[in-house]
Design a binder for this molecule. Structure first.
Ligand code: ZN
Length: 145
């Protein structure tokens, strides 16, 4: 770009800190940090969601909280060498979609102890996070069962 098109001015750094409410999903996020798999179960169809859904079927009303065992199997794995939203740097060895026992969906999380690409069907369990992640969603961490 030529200097003739530049708008004169000075760069300014702005930092804003605010408390991001976890809202209705607070039980799920608090569970993740503690290593507990807090799911939701739909009162109409009986499906269980981890990560939870606050509503499932259109007229079912609010879902009920249900704590799962926290164990499951890798459904898909990939190299997780990237960084996460909200800052905090690299978060784990491998990244995987995990099918928790008792859940009808898949959950994304970091996997330690199974290499860069967690193998499909490996058994894992959710563990408490030892760090203080920038956002509790980043506390979804699994190790071999
Ligand atoms: Zn439902």
């Amino acid at each position: 770009m030529s200097d003739a098109r530049r708008i004169p001015g000075s760069p300014i750094d702005v930092n804003i800190r605010y408390t991001h409410s976890l809202g209705g999903l607070s039980p799920y996020f608090e569970g993740l940090i503690a290593g507990r798999a807090v799911a939701s179960t739909c009162v109409a169809c009986g499906r269980t969601w981890f990560p939870p859904r606050l509503g499932c079927c259109s007229r079912a009303g609010p879902a009920r909280w249900k704590t799962l065992a926290g164990t499951g199997r890798i459904a898909a794995g990939t190299n997780g060498g990237g960084t996460l939203p909200f800052g905090g740097g690299s978060a784990g060895e491998g990244l995987a979609l995990v099918a928790l026992d008792g859940a009808d969906n898949l959950a994304l999380g970091w996997v330690d102890g199974l290499g860069d690409v967690p193998p499909v069907d490996a058994r894992v369990r959710l563990v408490a996070t030892e760090s203080n992640p920038p956002h509790p969603a980043q506390a979804a961490r699994y190790v071999p069962e």
